[in-house]
Write a protein that binds this ligand. Structure first.
Ligand code: HEC
Length: 171
């Protein structure tokens, strides 16, 4: 057999072998990414992010397509802190890279009723999963209305929390 033909004959099985290896080694990387996305979706649902940040999520008993998730809600939360609105997280995270989110979410301090303490209590893997999932949803919607300081009433709709007068300082 001439040399050139022989090397071609040898190369073919080698190529098949190589393709086979790739087919075996490719899926785990994709699976790890998909697992992170699935974890993020699960956390967003069960940690209640949708309850406040997705329009009509409680009213529709959670039966809201993902494309409508986390676009912020123009419902004011009125209390001694002023008036807050659940932010549009799709726009917020679109403007932040992953490293910035990891630092930001570990130290986030907001006004009520955002449970910032729950986000801070999540481990890094979970905070990363939330980021990946929200980024995968992509930017959508408008910014929520701006915060109003105490003493200024917002236009409806709003929820108002009326608290008892401050209790005397503990002895
Ligand atoms: C009980 C309602 C509620 C729940 C539950 C909630 N949020 Fe919020 N969130 C808010 C409100 C209201 C604000 C605005 C707070 C402010 O203006 O200080 C906010 C603010 C934020 C901010 C800051 C946005 C900005 O632009 O400053 C982030 C990030 C955030 N929420 C993420 C989450 C995530 C992630 C979850 C789920 C783990 C979640 N929130 C659950 C109501 C909620």
């Amino acid at each position: 057999m001439p040399m050139r033909r022989m090397s071609a004959a040898l190369a073919l099985p080698a190529l098949v072998l190589l393709a086979g290896c790739q087919a075996i080694s490719a899926p785990p990387a994709v699976t790890a990414d998909q697992a992170l996305l699935a974890r993020g979706e699960y956390l967003v649902r069960i940690a209640g992010c949708n309850d406040c940040h997705t329009p009509n999520f409680p009213e529709r008993a959670g039966d809201v397509p993902r494309r409508e998730w986390l676009v912020g809600v123009p419902l004011g939360f009125v209390g001694p802190w002023g008036t807050t609105y659940a932010a549009n997280l799709r726009l917020k995270l679109a403007s932040m890279d992953e490293a910035t989110w990891m630092q930001y979410s570990a130290r986030l301090r907001t006004r009520p009723p955002m449970p910032d303490f729950n986000l801070r209590a999540m481990d890094a893997h979970d905070r990363r999963a939330i980021y990946r999932f929200i980024r995968a949803l992509g930017p959508a919607g408008q910014a929520a209305p701006a915060y109003l300081p105490p003493g200024r009433m917002p236009p409806p709709p709003y929820l108002q929390l009326v608290l008892p007068p401050a209790s005397p300082a503990a002895p």
